[in-house]
Design a protein around this ligand. Sequence first.
Ligand code: AMP
Length: 283
Amino acid sequence: MPAALPILRSAKQMLDWSRRERAAGRSIGFVPTMGALHRGPLSLVQRARRENDRVVASIFVNPIQFAPGEDFESYPRDLAADRAVLRASRCDVAFVPARASLFPHGFQTVVTVPGLSAPLCGRFRPGHFEGVATIVAKLLHIVEPDRLYLGQKDYQQSLVISRMIRDLDLPVRLVTAPTVREEDGLAMSSRNRYLSPEDRRRAAGIQRALQAGARAVRRGLTSPARVRALVRAALKGIGRVQYVEVLDARDLTAPRRLQGPTVLAAAVFVGRARLIDNVVVKA
Ligand code: AMP
């Protein structure tokens, strides 16, 4: 049996570890996660493994990125299982901090990326991206990685973090990796476990609807409203649609006519699961 994956609990332990590795000339790839790991985040670990000498994953269900009434309390937590799959993906160490160590009494500083945080999920999850940017900024200071790995599944998150890295001159390279999908196209997500078998079957329709919109864009449709309507029509019967947006993929602005990289994004409640997905296409 291989030794269990080492777990570091304090910021000091983590930073000491990273500084030792870097002093020895080894590069570090970092994958922040909230645990309940599946093939999506594990694909980031595997990519980081190929591109760095050392791989760090963090597991932390970040309280400040959940709005009141969201699933913070019930978010799936299974450290033993996460530890095993990280080990199998050849991660070197997991950083698993206690809540009070990252958010001590009196904590108040936040990082806000207002423009990119406003549309899409930002409209419905107040404070979410502020919570994400703040925790990622903190983790980057604690881990000091050479490369940061995020999934395209959370497209807006990746743009927010990319902007933050540039604006704050953080010395890290962002790598955004493709969405890992089930065979029927459903984007893998820790929230898929909330789906009943019937909901699970329907949920695959989200990606099909976005692909139908993307095909229309590729064929030359340049009206965002018409593409949105097409996707909405294709989503009929799948669940309660929270949003469908068709935006400039570079800065999430709403163009009058589609031109260049375009992101089609949707959030849909299927049963009690809120599922998001996106497709990027060139108009
Ligand atoms: P989470 O634990 O949900 O915050 O996800 C951890 C990381 O895995 C984030 O960078 C996500 O964007 C990424 N991720 C989640 N699902 C997928 C997926 N299906 N494919 C690729 N990356 C993913």
